[in-house]
Design a protein around this ligand. Structure first.
Ligand SMILES: *[C@@H]1O[C@H](CO)[C@@H](O)[C@H](O)[C@H]1NC(C)=O
Ligand SMILES: *[C@@H]1O[C@H](CO)[C@@H](O)[C@H](O)[C@H]1NC(C)=O
Ligand SMILES: *[C@@H]1O[C@H](CO)[C@@H](O)[C@H](O)[C@H]1NC(C)=O
Ligand SMILES: *[C@@H]1O[C@H](CO)[C@@H](O)[C@H](O)[C@H]1NC(C)=O
Ligand SMILES: *[C@@H]1O[C@H](CO)[C@@H](O)[C@H](O)[C@H]1NC(C)=O
Ligand SMILES: *[C@@H]1O[C@H](CO)[C@@H](O)[C@H](O)[C@H]1NC(C)=O
Ligand SMILES: *[C@@H]1O[C@H](CO)[C@@H](O)[C@H](O)[C@H]1NC(C)=O
Ligand SMILES: *[C@@H]1O[C@H](CO)[C@@H](O)[C@H](O)[C@H]1NC(C)=O
Ligand SMILES: *[C@@H]1O[C@H](CO)[C@@H](O)[C@H](O)[C@H]1NC(C)=O
Length: 761
């Protein structure tokens, strides 16, 4: 009871003791802000000025109306029931300065508060607090140009478009400031009151860029006690990639590629919205294969890998990565990065012949100029030359400069003919070119010169190209020169009309269009070996009152000769008595035919010791003579009858008359009969056969034993061939000999043969 009494007494005292607080006069005033709904602390300094003094009373007033008091003497506390109706008042007097906390602040808590401290000795102390209650504004919101509400997102826009947008805020006390921020950058602070009451606004006119469109926000603030009220807006902006870059991932050496070696290249495009489509181009050719693309949404990055197998032709090509924003027009949405490919490769080499209107042919003594045509990346470091697959060393017949791209020979010789190749070396590798074959043409020069082969002359020369014309000069001894031209190296002797039986000088001079032969080839020829063989099958016969040489023809003979040799009177040598043609008519040889044949040459008279020769001849001369000596038999047969001397001239005159008279006297009949018998039955010829082969011997034996009637006499048969023309005469064929011998139809001459054999002399 007592306590209650005292309190009410004090209140009465206080209320009765009303007075008005005058700021700065009664005491200092501090300004203080507090936010509606939150709490604030009102401070009051109750410290004593002297230690002997004592605290009496502490009173808080709101606009001079007491709301709280503490009586230090009675330690009694009081609060205004109206003010503390919700129990929001709390005092802490132990701290210094003392604190009176007001919670759940309301807008009407804004007032001038002051505290009054009464001391025992010191004068009363008054301290003022000018409290302002801040009402926070609403969260900002957005309206577009057409006053449509915009939630969170707006767009899409293109870069450069102007964003027109209002930021609105309701309420707030004191009135809030409204500002636009891009990120943390203030971009527009020009706020104003709205047409609508209690609302403020800030209308933004913003040309959009990649930078300012991101993190756009509107902030409203009216106190430092609380952070601004913020509303953010996402502006959807179509953006091309701002950074497209190509870089090599693998397969390169430095930045250089190597032909044939696969490489992987990466393209990265940042900042495209929506994410970019990456396309690869190589020199305006779209590469659609061997690439893939991934997106990293968080950083709006597109990455594409391309697998590349560069070839030699790709060197210097431009590789492009084009980042396209599909939402934008290609003209503004595409961005590219380009790299020039550096494709290295082993050199590509080819040998060319400078001034090659003649192809790969060079004339002796002309210059030879070979060029190593090369294409290489990196450039060639070294050249090498090869001749017939052997590396050319400096100092040989190619001179000293054998390691440059040109190989120059001032004067070509035959030794320079062959296969040439060059090789080029760079850091990637070495390549040898396909070889070219160089042919060195040179004028003809004698090799073996003029050579006789069978019945032809060969002009053996060395020349390139092969000569196409040969000029021949034939110098027969004692005759005029004959000039001939042939298209080949062979001159058939049949074309030579000059006699060839003696020693013949022949020259040839070839021409191949390069230059004419400097010195003609010359040779003195002996054609003896082309003469026919010596006749081997001959006999001597005494017929028609003279000796006859009869021979079997020899191959390739065109005519035959008989000769008579007689022992010299003074020495033991045989001396040529006379020569005559063998055969018939014109003296040509009789050639073989279907009919049996023999050659016949008249010798005249032969004496003991004489020798008869037969030789076969053709245009190259005659063979050595086969010599036969008549046998005793033949000589006896040829001896004149015992009355021969009567016929001799001087005796005949004297004896003749006697014989004539006697004969006349005996009987004319008898003489006539005798004469007829002699003519119709001549003495049998005596034949000497020599060196017959078995076949011929059989033949002669046969005709000796069988007296066959002739259907064709020797004379008449031979007359067929008497003109001796070679063209009409069949050639000799040994193989056919047995044929005519075994199957002869025409018989031998109708003579009875008596065989006498003798050897050759
Ligand atoms: C005042 O408010 C703050 C936070 O709003 C709170 O932490 C504090 O305890 C309050 N003080 C009182 C005395 O109610
Ligand atoms: C205010 O009222 C509450 C509850 O009614 C009480 O606990 C508190 O002590 C009062 N404040 C003061 C300063 O008296
Ligand atoms: C208290 O503050 C208000 C504004 O918050 C001001 O208008 C008034 O003059 C102030 N009073 C004193 C006494 O300072
Ligand atoms: C583009 O990207 C490359 C590599 O990623 C980087 O070095 C360069 O600075 C970037 N350029 C710009 C403008 O961002
Ligand atoms: C290509 O790369 C090679 C090797 O790295 C180098 O030597 C050469 O100079 C490069 N060429 C170009 C055109 O860059
Ligand atoms: C990236 O964004 C696209 C559409 O913008 C979506 O389809 C895709 O799933 C996203 N990828 C990831 C990994 O988030
Ligand atoms: C794309 O290609 C690269 C290189 O070819 C490869 O490493 C990568 O795994 C590929 N990525 C996808 C998603 O296929
Ligand atoms: C005859 O001439 C031909 C052609 O020239 C030849 O082949 C043959 O050997 C010659 N016969 C004889 C025996 O010389
Ligand atoms: C032998 O005599 C002949 C003349 O009868 C003569 O021509 C020849 O030279 C002589 N031979 C010798 C070797 O004396």
């Amino acid at each position: 009871m007592d306590h209650r009494m005292r309190v009410s007494a004090l209140i009465l005292l206080l209320i009765s003791n009303t007075y008005t607080f005058s700021p700065e006069i009664d005491g200092p005033v501090v300004s203080q802000e507090a936010i509606e709904g939150r709490n604030t602390s009102l401070h009051c300094d109750t410290s004593l000025e002297t230690s002997t003094d004592e605290l009496m009373l502490l009173v808080w007033y709101k606009n001079d109306v007491p709301i709280y008091s503490f009586d230090y003497r009675g330690s009694s506390e009081w609060s205004n029931d109206l003010f503390n109706s919700t129990g929001r008042l709390k005092a802490d007097l132990d701290r210094q300065p003392t604190v009176l906390t007001v919670s759940a602040l309301r807008e009407d808590d804004q007032a001038l508060y002051h505290c009054r401290v009464d001391f025992l000795q010191a004068p009363t102390r008054n301290l003022g607090v000018n409290l302002t209650i801040v009402v926070l504004p609403s969260k900002p919101f957005f309206f577009d140009e057409l006053d449509n509400k915009v939630e969170d997102k707006i767009g899409p826009y293109h870069e450069g478009d102007t964003l027109v947008l209002k930021c609105l805020v309701i309420g707030g006390s004191p009135p809030p400031r409204i500002s636009w921020y891009s990120g943390e950058t203030l971009i527009d602070a020009s706020d104003e009151d709205s047409d609508i009451p209690l609302m403020r606004e800030n209308e933004l006119y913003l040309p959009l860029t990649r930078d300012n469109a991101a993190g756009l926000s509107c902030r409203a603030t009216n106190t430092k006690l609380a952070p601004p009220v913020v509303a953010t807006l996402q502006v959807k902006l179509y953006l091309p990639a701002y950074n497209v870059s190509i870089h090599w991932v693998s397969g390169t050496l430095g930045d250089a590629l190597q032909a044939g070696r696969p490489a992987i290249v990466q393209c990265t495009a940042h900042g495209s919205n929506p994410p970019a489509d990456l396309a690869w181009w190589m020199d305006h050719k779209h590469l659609t294969q061997h690439s893939n693309q991934t997106l990293i949404n968080s950083t709006s990055t597109a990455i594409s890998f391309l697998q590349l197998s560069p070839g030699v032709l790709d060197d210097g090509a431009t590789l492009a990565c084009v980042a396209t924003n599909v939402a934008m027009a290609p003209s503004r949405g595409a961005k590219a990065d380009l790299v020039k490919l550096n494709v290295t490769y082993s050199p590509i080499v080819e040998v060319s012949i400078a001034g090659d209107e003649n192809g790969n042919r060079v004339v002796e003594l002309d210059p030879l100029h070979l060029q190593c045509e090369v294409k290489a990346n990196p450039p060639v470091e070294r050249f090498l030359w090869y001749f017939d697959d052997v590396e050319i060393q400096p100092g040989d017949i190619w001179g000293t400069n054998t390691s440059s791209p040109t190989l120059l020979v001032e004067e070509v010789s035959k030794h320079h003919a062959g296969r040439y190749a060059c090789e080029a070396v760079n850091s990637v590798g070495r390549t040898r070119a396909q070889h070219v074959t160089i042919i060195v043409n040179y004028p003809p020069e004698c090799d073996n010169g003029v050579v006789v082969v069978k019945e032809t002359l060969h002009c053996s020369v060395k020349a390139l190209p092969t000569p196409d014309t040969y000029f021949w000069h034939i110098y027969p001894t004692g005759f005029d020169i004959q000039q001939l031209t042939t298209g080949s190296a062979i001159l058939p002797l049949s074309q030579v009309t000059a006699p060839l039986s003696g020693t013949v000088k022949a020259t040839c001079e070839a021409s191949n269009g390069v230059a004419s032969q400097e010195v003609p080839c010359e040779r003195a020829l002996s054609l003896e070996h082309l003469r026919p063989q010596q006749p081997q099958q001959c006999d001597l016969a005494y017929e028609y009152e003279e000796f006859q040489m009869r021979c079997v023809p020899v191959e390739n003979a065109t005519h035959y000769e008989v000769s008579v040799w007689r022992m010299s009177n003074s020495n033991t040598s045989l001396v040529l008595e006379h020569r005559a043609a063998m055969g018939f008519g014109s003296g040509q040889a009789m050639a073989q035919g279907e009919a049996p044949w023999l050659l016949r040459g008249a010798l005249g008279k032969l004496k003991a010791g004489d020798e008869a020769g037969a030789s076969a001849c053709n245009r190259y001369g005659c063979s050595r003579a086969l010599l036969l000596r008549p046998t005793e038999n033949l000589l006896t047969a040829s001896a004149p009858p015992w009355w021969e001397f009567l016929v001799e001239k001087d005796v005949a005159i004297s004896v003749g008359a006697v014989v004539l008279v006697a004969a006349f006297l005996i009987s004319t009949f008898l003489v006539v009969r005798l004469a007829r018998r002699t003519r119709s039955k001549p003495p049998a010829p005596v034949i000497q056969v020599l060196q017959l082969d078995d076949i011929a011997r059989d033949y002669l034996d046969t005709i000796g034993e069988n007296k066959v009637r002739a259907s064709c006499s020797l004379r008449s048969c031979s007359s067929v061939y008497s003109d001796g023309s070679e063209a009409s005469a069949p050639t000799i064929d040994r193989r056919r000999k047995p044929l005519w011998i075994t199957q002869y139809e025409a018989p031998p001459p109708d003579v009875t043969l008596t065989l006498h054999r003798e050897s050759a002399v």
